[in-house]
Design a protein around this ligand. Structure first.
Ligand code: CTP
Ligand code: CA
Length: 226
């Protein structure tokens, strides 16, 4: 009971959030993408705004309404997202990388619409930049939060990415569990931190997950010297 006063505990903090699945062009009308809906990223943006942060949302096209009060930076490909995020990194305090970034893109997108020809088509793909790993190398006091959507060996993969990308917090979920992952409004995540801490959250809405993530970001700031 009682009156609920919204916490403005992110006032004065600039938070950059990436959302959605990137689109990698094959030709002017076709692309390669993934099942990300953008829901987790948009929930994070709304929650950060509610708590008083200045929010930049770097987003691919989604079916979701844009959060009110966020600066929105529309992108499509991993390369565009990379540029948008790197440009803004020095000016923010927190980056939450909820986007599902393509690991590969077509090596040479066709300039004209491709016509069908043979029975088989081989498409050459090349690696995209790992945006979060680059932020991990560049970071100077920013809090970095990554996501890992896995189908197997969740903890091992999540811890490996936490260390490899120099993250402060890793949000891991097993996308094979009903109620977790793509398209749904709920998630079941485990939070791993740099100190070896592991917090398993039960089934909750993505709005609640967003709230718990920023609770942890606030704790990380409280335990740092800036
Ligand atoms: N990520 C990124 N840039 C990429 C690939 C991933 O910034 N090119 C970020 C994602 O936004 C996510 C985190 O890294 O926050 C983990 O993404 P994930 O796909 O799970 O990890 P990868 O390092 O790509 O490993 P793999 O797909 O091989 O499991
Ligand atoms: Ca990946």
């Amino acid at each position: 009971g009682g009156t609920v006063v919204s916490r403005r505990d992110l006032a004065g903090r600039r938070v950059l959030i990436t959302a959605g699945g990137t689109r990698e062009a094959i030709d002017p009308v076709r692309y390669i993408s993934n099942r990300s809906s953008g829901k987790m990223g948009y929930a994070l943006a709304r929650e950060a705004i509610r708590r008083g942060a200045e929010v930049t949302l770097v987003t691919t096209p989604t079916r979701l309404p844009l959060p009110e009060g966020a600066e929105v930076v529309p992108v499509e490909s991993a390369e565009e997202m990379h540029k948008a995020v790197i440009e803004r990194f020095d000016a923010v305090h927190v980056v939450v990388k909820a986007a599902a970034v393509a690991d590969y893109r077509p090596a040479a997108p066709a300039e004209q619409k491709m016509k069908k020809q043979a029975d088989r088509l081989f498409l050459e793909l090349v690696r995209t930049p790992d945006i979060l790993a680059e932020l991990g190398r560049r970071k100077r006091g920013q809090v970095l939060v990554g996501f890992a959507a896995e189908t197997n060996d969740l903890e091992a993969h999540a811890l490996d990415k936490l260390r490899r990308k120099n993250l402060d917090l890793m949000v891991a979920n097993d996308v094979t569990t009903p109620g977790a992952g793509f398209s749904v409004d709920t998630n079941i995540v485990t939070l791993f931190d740099r100190q070896g801490g592991k917090e398993t959250l039960g089934l909750m809405t993505k709005d609640e997950v967003a709230c718990r993530i920023f609770d942890r970001v606030i704790q990380i700031f409280a335990n740092s010297c800036d």
